[in-house]
Design a protein around this ligand. Structure first.
Ligand code: OAD
Length: 244
C-alpha cells in the first residue's frame, strides 16, 4: 500500500508540510463537515450554521450547536492517524502541521505548534470586539464582560478571513517543503485548498490520503486511497524501518 518510492522520498526530505481536514478525525468519531449530521442537529446544514449570518440571526441556536460539538469532541480520543503524525514530525528534519479542524485533536495527540487555519472550537471571543474571553464556558449563550455583546466560538466562519498569523505560516510552509501531504480533506474550501497549489509550484512532491479522490487528484505524485488512521501508521512504520 505504501510505495517504496514515497518512503525513499520521505527519507531524503528536508521539510514536510501536512494539511489535514475533517477526515483525520473521522475515525475518532467526529463527523466530517460534509457528512450528514445526526440526532437533533440532523435537520440543520453545518454549512448554514457556521456563518456570521446564522449567529446574528439566532446566536442562541448557533451557540447550542457549538456546545453540542464541544461536548462531542470532549468525549472522543485522538486516533492512530493523529498519533502517527506526531511520530512523523520526529522522523523528518523539519515538519509543519496545518489543520482545518477546530477539534484540537492533533494537540491532544501530542502535535506541537499546530497551525489552526480555521481557529479552535474551545476558544470564545467577543462577537463585537473579536477579543478572546477566557473562562465564560456555559450552556447558555454568555456575554462579553467588557461590552455585553454575545460571545461566539473562536472558529473561522464562511466568509470570514483566516487568522493572519496562521495564514502566513501555512503558506510559507507550503511554499518551502519537499513533500506536501493533503490528508482527510475534500479540498473544496479556499484558501486552505490553495496550499497544495503553492506546494506544487514550489516543486514539492504531492501526496493525498483519502478514501475518495478529490479535485487535486490530477496534480498528485502519490494518491493513497484509504483511511488516514490506517495508512499513516503504516507509512510511519515503513519510514522508521527505513531509517534503522
Ligand atoms: P469535508 O467533510 O469537506 O471532507 C472530509 C474529507 O475526509 C472527505 O474528502 C472524505 O473523503 C475524507 N475522509 C473521510 N473519512 C476519512 C478517513 N477515515 N481518512 C481520511 N480521509 C477521510 O471536511 P474538510 O475538507 O475538512 O471550514 O472541510 C474543509 C472545511 O469546510 C472545514 O474546515 C470547514 C468547512 O467549511 C470552516 O469551518 C471554515
Amino acid at each position: 500500500m505504501i510505495p517504496n518510492e514515497l518512503v525513499e522520498t520521505l527519507a531524503n526530505a528536508r521539510r514536510v508540510t501536512v494539511l489535514t481536514g475533517a477526515g483525520v478525525s473521522a475515525e475518532s468519531g467526529v463527523p466530517t463537515f460534509r457528512e450528514a449530521q445526526t440526532g437533533l442537529w440532523a435537520r440543520y446544514d453545518p454549512l448554514q450554521l457556521a456563518t456570521p449570518e446564522a449567529f446574528d440571526a439566532n446566536p442562541e441556536l448557533v451557540w447550542d450547536w457549538y456546545q453540542f460539538r464541544r461536548e462531542l469532541v470532549r468525549n472522543v480520543e485522538p486516533n492512530p492517524g493523529h498519533y502517527a503524525l506526531v511520530e512523523l514530525a520526529n522522523l523528518v528534519p523539519a515538519f509543519t502541521l496545518v489543520t482545518q479542524n477546530v477539534d484540537g485533536l492533533h494537540a491532544r495527540a501530542g502535535s506541537r505548534d499546530v497551525i489552526e487555519f480555521h481557529g479552535n472550537l474551545f476558544e470564545n471571543r467577543c462577537a463585537a470586539e473579536g477579543t478572546v474571553v477566557e473562562g465564560r464556558e456555559s450552556k447558555q449563550l454568555p456575554h462579553c464582560p467588557g461590552c455585553g455583546a454575545p460571545l461566539r466560538p473562536g472558529v473561522v466562519w464562511f466568509g470570514e478571513s483566516i487568522p493572519a498569523a496562521a495564514s502566513e505560516q501555512a503558506f510559507a510552509a507550503a511554499g518551502d517543503c519537499d513533500v506536501f501531504f493533503s490528508i482527510g480533506t475534500s479540498s473544496l474550501v479556499y484558501p486552505a485548498a490553495g496550499l497544495v497549489e503553492i506546494a506544487r509550484e514550489a516543486g514539492a512532491v504531492l501526496v493525498e490520503i483519502n478514501p475518495e479522490p478529490t479535485d487535486i487528484a490530477a496534480s498528485l505524485d502519490f494518491a493513497l486511497a484509504g483511511k488516514s488512521g490506517q495508512i499513516l501508521p503504516d507509512l510511519v512504520k515503513r519510514l522508521g524501518d527505513h531509517r534503522t
